[in-house]
Structures are given as C-alpha cells and as structure tokens.
Write a protein that binds this ligand. Sequence first.
Ligand code: UT7
Length: 332
Amino acid sequence: MSKISAAITAVGAYVPEYVLTNQILETMVDTNDEWITSRTGIKERRILKDDGKGTSYLAIKAAQDLINKKGIDPKDIELVIVATATPDMKAASTASFTASEIGATNAFSFDMDAACSSFLFGMSVAASYIETGRYKNVLLIGADKMSSIINYKDRATCIIFGDGAGAVLFEPNEENLGLQDEYLRSDGTGREFLQATYGGSSHALTHDILDEGGHYAFQEGRTVFKNAVFNMADAAEKILKRNNLNKDTVDWLAAHQANKRIIDATANRMELAPEKVMINIEKYGNTTSATLPLLINDYESQLKKGDNVIFAAFGGGFNWGSIYLKWAYNSK
Ligand code: UT7
C-alpha cells in the first residue's frame, strides 16, 4: 500500500474592505510613507472596523470562500483548525464557532497559537491527522484581527500589522504530492521581545495597565528582525539540503510576510530568482496567521501540480520553521 501524504486541495481567503494606507498612518503617528515602504515593503493593510466582529468573522468568510470555490459539502469536513494569535475570546474556541457557522456540523475543532508561525505549525498538525489515515478532510484556517491588539499610537507596531484570513483544505494523496518534510522549532527565551503582556493568566489587567495600553502588542523590532532573518533562512536552507533541493528545483518560496527585507534575506540565502518569491506584503502588511494562506490564495492560478513550494515563517514566542510541500493541483 502506498504511503498516504497530505495535500492542499483548495484555498480560500478574505480581507476586510477598509484600507489603512501609509498616507492615513502619517496623520495618526509620527511616520511617513518613505520610511514604511523602505523599511518594511508595506503600502497598505486591511482593517476590520466593526467592533462587534472578531477573528471568527474573518475565518468564516475565508472558509466560505473555499467551500464555494471547491464546491464541497461542509458536512464532509471532519476537523476545523483555526490558527490564530487573536482568538475571539479567551475561553471559548474561535474554531468551534467558525465550524458551526460554516455548517461543518460533523467536525471537531480547536484553535492553535504559535503567533506568526501558527499557520505553518498548523500545516504540520493538519497534515498529521491526514497521514494517520484517520481523517480525510481537514480545514485549516489562518486568521487574525491584529487591529484588536494594536495600539494605533505606537508607530513601532501600528504600521506593520493588518487583518485577514486564509483557509486551506488538506486531503489524502496517493501520488506523493502534498507535505514532504518539515523543520519546526521554538525558543521561549525570546518571548519578551514580542508579546501582548497583560490580560493573560500571568499578568492581570488592571485599570492602570489598561490606561497605559499594556494589553496591546509590544515588539522590540530590531531583535525580532535579527532572529527572523537568521532563523527563517536557516530553517529553509536545512529543508533544501535534507531534500536535495536547490535554486533550480525549488519553484516557489512562500515566506511569512513580516518585512520585505526578511523575505529578501531568506530568498537570497536560497539563491532564488525573484520571480519565485511570493510577495503580497505591500497590500496586506503582516496579518500574522493569515500571511501564508493569503499568499497561496493570491498565487493559486500560477501554481502547477508537482511544483516544489517552500514555506517559511518566524514569529513571537519565538517560533519558526520551514515546510516543503509539493503542490497537488492545477487551478481551473
Ligand atoms: O511577524 C512576527 C515577527 N515580526 C517581525 O519579523 C518584525 C521584525 N522587525 C521589523 O520588521 C523591523 O525591526 C521594524 C520594521 C519593526 C523596524 O525597522 P528597523 O529598521 O528595525 O527600525 P528600528 O526599530 O531600528 O528603528 C530605526 C529608527 C529609529 O530611530 P533612531 O533611533 O534611529 O533615531 C526609530 O525610532 O526608525 C525610527 N522609527 C520610525 N520612524 C518612522 C521606528 N518606527 C518608525 C516609524 N516611522 N514607524
């Protein structure tokens, strides 16, 4: 019997309508379009303006897009995973609500959080459920309403992040397409450099802290940048070596969209031609768990069956890694 591999067989996405441009940010904090563009590559990001709508709203829309495109019956989905750093609520999972709203009433569901690596790690989890042979339809959604934890008076963070969601379906494949290999790592000593400190179980939210904005995300950009450049490139290089891949046999790099300079550094280390590097950071900024599925959604029409795609991400925690996946279909 041939080994069951886990392939992505459909993609969907959603970004909110409101566009927060660099020009608008210039009116909110001491920054300018030239600084943001040259330091990050970002021109605009999408923001979910409605306070009554959380990450699940984005996740549901992305999942519905996938369901409509693929024409599947949501009742056939067996597992819904929502990868997110900004769940709707602390105690009730965003995935359970999402699954019910999309009609995946035969599924079990859970959230998972590895900050900006949530979707990458989620690919590993989703694929493992398929590879065991126990499940045949796993929906993985990467969704974040980053605007819910961003201080729009802090120029160090508010220029970077945006809201969005992307969804992929994993199904068994017997042609050895799909997930081939992974290199995933965590180092908790890095958590002090990127975190939303207050409001969790270790640091209570008080009135004073709330007034000071202690519940918002904090980032020491320079330290995160250095670690991201080193570790993302290192992980991708290890995956290439282990699988006898090189700049000619790799078809695509799908790297977490945190900063164009980090993506370029990773691509350079792999010696990849620029046309093989997926980029959409200019449109969406850093959408945390949504960057990777938004990328493959944007590039879906260019992906061909058998293409060698290298995924790479780095994020808070610290968490990072790289996944090698063989694309499983030609889009219609
Ligand atoms: O997705 C999770 C992982 N996150 C990341 O990978 C993000 C990693 N970090 C970064 O992308 C970059 O560090 C940032 C984009 C956040 C910052 O870029 P940088 O080149 O590392 O800038 P910096 O923090 O070293 O600051 C350089 C200068 C400073 O001024 P001085 O001290 O040189 O006078 C900052 O105060 O730029 C100043 N600055 C700004 N100026 C205009 C910082 N933010 C801004 C701003 N507009 N928004």
